[in-house]
Design a protein around this ligand. Structure first.
Ligand SMILES: [Zn+2]
Length: 67
């Protein structure tokens, strides 16, 4: 039996990040951030906490933390 995923706080970044339900959506947003702010190194990853996709970056997360 697995714990309910909704109550898992394992991945705290998951809660503060915008969630995408497909990698395509995440990649589109990553491209948008690149255009607007010349951000480099944006990547996408599949979140095991919520089952969605998030963007990841080493710094300056403002672009994708806010819808
Ligand atoms: Zn997540």
């Amino acid at each position: 039996m697995n714990e309910p995923t909704a109550t898992s706080l394992k991945d705290r970044s998951c809660l503060s990040k915008k969630r995408y339900w497909s990698q395509v959506d995440a990649l589109v947003m990553a491209a948008r951030c690149l255009e607007r702010r010349n951000l480099a190194g944006l990547g996408t990853y599949r979140c095991s906490n919520c089952g969605g996709w998030h963007l990841t970056r080493t710094d300056d997360s403002d672009c994708f933390m806010r819808a």
